[in-house]
Write a protein that binds this ligand. Structure first.
Ligand code: 2U9
Length: 357
């Protein structure tokens, strides 16, 4: 009995892991364990022997069981201690800097432009980017033979032979949105249409997808004077200057008559652009009085209503404001300039060679 006691208690004392401890438990107290077998032998003993041996075996079983339990707790504690020592961390270390995302400058400028016009009472209108050729061209007085409608200027959607549906295009401007708005709401109306547009163009100053905000105001006596005031207010707010001077240059668009391209006074001294001062002029947008045929297509009587429209290329505006040298910087994920320019605007080296669309 003493031998058994010494054997198991010293085995428990020496053991260093929980699996080995379990083996000891099975060897001693398991169904076929040594103590259990001894218990079974009690039946063959005389009542006196059974009483003394039985008692001693019970004491031994309880003692080994207690030692096993205590060791189990000790091993678990030791394992936890070891883990805690290993997983120790220095909470005084500085945190790892997180990379913060930023709003893309084009999105930022879209939002800014939208907010400025919203302040002047223009509602935001949206429409599909895949348009039928009536909404994109015909309703805007763009004749079937107009170069913009040629296959090499516009992205036409694929049509299987025998498909009788009208041709669909990736919209080349956001103007169809305003056609839809007029057809839905009628006049008077004051909306802007910001969004993506598509033309087959790719060079340093053109990308096949770009962004526009177009505006439309139709009323009983809306004139070009109203247009000029709205655009001046826009430029003051957008370029953050008090004095802006705009110049209207006669132009031609199928959807407006008369039409005007709008330049803003600026200077380009030492490679940096300053708006509102200097002897240079920079084209910033196109505009005009909505053509009577366009009003008619949109279900508005041109003998009763008139109004202005304008179109602004947002990507170019973002480049001007944030001093981004090349449109492709937007689209080739080259965001180095973002960091470099830190989004400070207007007084930075900017567009080489000039931009157009
Ligand atoms: C309707 C009627 C008329 C919108 C207009 C322009 C002139 C214009 C260009 C600016 C730069 C396109 O992104 S750009 O290349 N836009 O010059 N846009 S008038 O005229 C409209 C629009 C909708 C119903």
């Amino acid at each position: 009995m003493q031998e058994l006691r010494d054997k198991y208690l010293s085995a428990v004392a020496d053991v260093t892991d929980e699996a080995a401890l379990e083996e000891i438990r099975l060897a001693a107290l398991g169904k076929k364990g040594e103590i259990s077998l001894k218990m079974r032998e009690l039946g063959k003993m005389t009542p006196e022997e059974r009483q003394t041996t039985g008692k001693a075996l019970n004491v031994l079983r309880d003692e080994i069981d207690a030692a096993l339990r205590a060791k189990k707790v000790a091993l678990a504690d030791a394992a936890l201690d070891a883990r805690l020592r290993e997983e120790w961390l220095d909470v005084t270390l500085p945190g790892r800097p997180r990379r913060a995302g930023t709003i893309h400058p084009v999105s930022q400028v879209m939002d800014e432009v939208t907010a400025i016009f919203a302040d002047m009472g223009f509602a935001v209108a949206e429409g599909p980017q895949i348009e039928d050729d009536w909404h994109n061209f015909d309703a805007l007085n763009i004749a079937p033979e107009h170069p913009a409608r040629q296959e090499h200027d516009t992205f036409f959607m694929h049509r299987d032979e025998g498909d009788t549906r009208p041709p669909h295009v990736l919209r080349t401007h956001t103007s169809p949105v305003q056609i839809r708005a007029m057809l839905e709401q009628g006049a008077p109306i004051r909306v802007i249409a910001p969004g993506r547009v598509y033309r087959m163009d790719m060079d340093q100053t053109h990308t096949p997808m770009f962004h526009q905000v177009e505006g439309l105001a139709i009323g009983k006596d809306i004139s070009m004077a109203n247009l000029k005031w709205v655009l001046e207010e826009f430029c003051k707010a957008f370029f953050e200057v008090d004095g802006v001077e705009l110049r209207f240059r006669a132009s031609h668009f199928p959807f407006t008559e008369p039409s005007a391209e709008v330049d803003i006074r600026c200077s380009w001294e030492g490679g940096s652009l300053k708006i509102g001062e200097g002897d240079d002029w920079m084209e910033i947008l196109g505009s005009g009085m909505v053509h009577p045929k366009v009003l008619e297509s949109a279900g508005i009587d041109p003998s009763e209503w008139q109004g202005f429209a304008f179109g602004i290329g947002i990507d170019r505006l973002a480049m001007l404001k944030y001093g981004i040298p090349d449109l492709r910087a937007f689209f080739e994920s080259d965001l180095r300039w973002l960091k470099h320019y830190g989004f400070s605007a207007l007084d930075l080296p900017t567009v080489a060679g000039g931009l157009s669309r």
